[in-house]
Write a protein that binds this ligand. Sequence first.
Ligand SMILES: [Zn+2]
Length: 112
Amino acid sequence: MTIKSCLKCRFKKNFFKCCNKCKLKHFKLNYGKSPSGNNEIDKIFRDNYCESNSSKELIEWIPYNEFKNIACIGIEKVPSKYYIARYRKVNITVILMKFENLGRSQAPPSMG
Ligand SMILES: [Zn+2]
């Protein structure tokens, strides 16, 4: 796959100063067309990629197989479950949240 460089961003060294078109090319190169396999989640990542102005704002997509010792630490509230795991790449402990029922329309939880 060849990617034509954008003339406007070609020589910019700072990713965050690139245009959205170039940021999305970068996203596709790093994570593929659909990293999560879910349109809504992918959109969150792509939007974040375009809107971030610094690395602190950027959400990184980490594939499931990058984690080890995954253990459920309780169910906070339906439809999400929380897990503790070790991130292999940098060997740190992280908290994971599993979304249930994605792709189905769901009524919001009732208040009170
Ligand atoms: Zn560009």
